[in-house]
Design a protein around this ligand. Structure first.
Ligand code: PMP
Length: 402
């Protein structure tokens, strides 16, 4: 059975040969949202999705602890059986209120939110139009649906328009899927133009705000809020595993009849629900996110500081400043070497390789948290710059991301 993975095993061994296994990092301990201990040494965390730093928020921890003591460690069942407690329903109501939507449903992960939403919404005879750089959960959701799948070029509304025109004579609903911030390069979708195309074509629009919730928009509702197009977004997907510092996912909408999805989204129906501790910490995290806009502001400043520091050091950066800053690497070998050396210099970033990256190109992905101090960011920039210099990768060798 496992013979078919021979090539994959060889590739993995080659990637690990330069030092450690980049896909098997296990922290000895995590000290805070910004620091951990790895192999007995303190490292700066520059490769998490802990945008607002809420994993160690004292109020979130307290509420989670109280919930685990009073309600136990798990629900042992799915939302449609024994797995819905008052807290799940309250979280959905709280989330809907935060998002300004009529309805929200909570999934056990963001991955499952996309699986459940896409597979239930788009059925046989329908069409899904996916940005080519969509997250794996969107592709997997599309595979699970019986719909016809069309990919459009990344962030290219004209290509989307062409493809929709091509499909115009075909029956069935058309659902466009885009992301707020794309996780690998940190670029945002051209949402206003996508909305124009959506209107022309009479299509529906789902936006996955996984990386933009709590990050973009005046109130942190995401890219659609920042672009002023929330009314045109029919479905919002998001996750609790990034700015909200826990785990879980959601689908929200204003459409009538939304609750039918609770009896048709299989990734909601056939898996155990979130444990009470997570429900409690996420509910509190939404409060914190609303009450402390200064976290979002600090996050924005930190993204800019990292971006500016790396640009000044001579790196050519693709996307505009965002909490995610990625350095394109010339090849896999040097990407692996860079990642290892940077870790030895005390900075943990993400090594991202194909097929997870746009065009399969290797990337050193970094992301900031609101809780990183300017001194920590400057130290990280220095470490990245020294590593880049030592490997001869500053300036000429690195091409800006397309
Ligand atoms: N959508 C996008 C765009 C993501 O980047 C991710 C996670 N990286 C997910 C969904 C899945 O979220 P989760 O980790 O909560 O399963």
């Amino acid at each position: 059975m496992l013979e078919k993975f021979r090539a994959l095993r060889a590739e993995h061994a080659a990637v690990s040969a330069a030092g450690r296994d980049p896909f098997g990092v296990a922290f000895d301990t995590v000290l805070s949202a910004t620091e951990a201990v790895l192999e007995g040494r303190r490292v700066l965390l520059l490769g998490t999705n802990n945008y607002l730093g809420l994993t160690f928020d004292p109020d979130c921890i307290e509420d989670a602890a109280e919930a685990v003591r009073s309600l136990g460690t798990g629900t042992t069942g799915s939302r449609i059986a024994n797995g819905t407690y008052g807290g799940h329903a309250a979280l959905e109501a709280r989330l809907a209120r935060f998002l300004g939507r009529r309805s929200a449903m909570v999934f056990t992960t963001g991955y499952q939110a996309n699986l459940g939403a896409l597979a239930a919404l788009a059925g046989r005879g329908d069409h899904l139009l996916l940005d080519a750089d969509s997250h794996a959960s969107i592709y997997d959701g599309a595979r699970l649906s019986a719909a016809q799948v069309t990919r459009f070029r990344h962030n290219d509304p004209d290509d989307l328009r062409r493809r929709l025109r091509h499909l115009s004579s075909q029956p069935g609903e058309k659902l466009i899927v885009a992301e707020g911030i794309y996780s690998m390069l940190g670029d945002t979708a051209p949402l206003r133009e996508i909305v124009e195309v959506k209107r022309e074509a009479g299509a529906w629009l789902l936006v996955d705000e996984a990386h933009s919730l709590g990050v973009l928009g005046e109130s942190g509702r995401g890219l659609a809020e920042a672009e002023g197009v929330e009314a045109e977004v029919d479905f919002v997907v998001g996750t609790f595993s990034k700015s909200l510092g826990a785990i879980g996912g959601f689908l929200a909408s204003d459409l009538d009849g939304f609750d039918a999805l609770r009896l048709s989204a299989r990734a909601y129906m056939f898996t155990a629900s979130l444990p009470p501790s997570t429900v409690a910490s996420v509910t509190r995290a939404i409060e914190v996110m609303e009450a402390r806009p200064e976290l979002r502001e600090a996050l924005r400043r930190n993204g800019q500081r990292l971006h500016a520091g790396l640009s000044a050091a001579g790196f050519m950066l693709g996307a505009m400043p965002s909490p995610i800053v990625s350095l394109p690497m010339p090849d896999r070998e040097r990407a692996v070497l860079f990642w290892n050396r940077l870790l030895e210099a005390g900075v943990y970033a993400n090594l991202a390789l194909g097929p997870a990256t746009p065009g399969g190109k290797p990337l050193l992905r970094m992301s900031v948290s609101a809780l990183l101090t300017p001194a920590q960011i400057d130290a990280a920039v220095l470490a990245v710059a020294r590593t880049g210099e030592a490997l001869g990768l500053i300036g000429t060798a690195l091409e800006a991301a397309e």
